[in-house]
Design a protein around this ligand. Sequence first.
Ligand code: GDP
Ligand code: IMO
Ligand code: MG
Length: 428
Amino acid sequence: MSTVVIVGTQWGDEGKGKIVDFLTEKADLVARYQGGNNAGHTVVINNEKYILHLIPSGILHKGKRCIIGNGVVIAPPALIKEIDDLKGKGIDVDDNLLISKNAHVIMPYHMAIEKENENRKGNKKIGTTGRGIGPSYTDKIARHGIRVMDLLSPNAFKEKISANLSTINFLLESLYKTAPLKADEIYDEYMRYAERLSRYIADTDVIINKQIDSGKNVLFEGAQGTLLDIDHGTYPFVTSSNTIAGGACTGLGVGPTKINKVLGIAKAYTTRVGEGPFPTELKDELGESIRQKGGEFGATTGRPRRCGWLDMLILKHAIRINGLTGIALTKLDILDGMDKLKICIGYKYNGNLCEEFPKEIEILENCEPVYEEVDGWMESTLGIKEFDRLPANAKRYIKKIEEMLKTEIQIISTGQKRDEIIVLKEQF
Ligand code: GDP
Ligand code: IMO
Ligand code: MG
């Protein structure tokens, strides 16, 4: 038996969905531990594209139990739409999906507040996905959040909405000069959602731990990436949850002693959506060509992703913070046909060389990346399934990264499809 945490090592969109889907073949249960429908995890099977936002990417395999854990914030209309879309494509959701009673619910006022907050920040905005993620986690920490289990107690639910709206409407009307929200309307709307979702609600921590204790293989699916972590990311340009591997413990109710492996997903280059520092960003034609070739447009918002070179300081930070036991390197094929490739090995700032990822936004915004240049390869790596068949320089690129990071690259992804992958070390 084994448990494996799947965690993004960069700013999200590393290809977590594809790797989770691939590993689900040998897993018995897949559980999402944080984030909400800000995430967009793309899985391509037989030319059909699925984008998962809340439901674990394991759902596309028949008969695998999928859990949305307590650390996730759930927007009921988004979840219902996702369930319906999957069912429409013949996926059996009803028998496999469970939702934690303790997960928090995204309410309409969370979206309204986020929109106003972002507008008021002007050019200092975070560039959020606009899904109400931040305000929902804020309510959770402030202890007036609404949880999934509240949907099952209509009277208490109604009281909670009214209590929250008494302050939120004051904010909306007096400060933001927007229309107040009506408790009755929200109540009616959410009771309809409750009717649809009640069948999935469960004590998911008990179920997950039973599976682990009975020797099953369990995957923990993270959303976003290490640099979007609320504590260890590029604060304040982050999301509002612990995206790192430790989030799997708090976000599912699984003790740290039950985690066996932590697989970090790293794109062979770097991307970021939204605002915030990005030292190796390519603001030129090369960046644009990687964006086009890599299809680097947000799976949730469609926004163009900013693209840049691979950054060792970021990956070393991710190895440290997550305790990675291995790396899955994705989108290698997107680097095909490039004469030279650059790997960032340090940042120059104020005459000093930083070799570890700095905590200060000021340094990240104003540093100059130091690169090691390596030869690229002209051959196609798309769909290659064996390491030995990779072009010599692609092998060198991978070996170089491994040496610099002192961490094994255990999986290499060479295309969007499920079987476009090289497995150097099994996870289960
Ligand atoms: P996630 O949020 O980490 O699951 O990643 P996204 O789904 O947002 O973005 C990754 C994108 O890259 C998706 O469109 C995937 O289908 C695609 N992808 C994943 N791995 C590979 C790969 O090895 N090669 C190529 N060409 N595309 C990939
Ligand atoms: P997956 O799971 C990439 C970014 C947003 C914004 C910041 C805060 O697909 O990798 P939020 O709406 O969470 O308050 O936005 O985080 N962001 C992501 N970027 N991939 C994601 O998820 C993201 N989820 C949020 O663009 O910069
Ligand atoms: Mg994504």
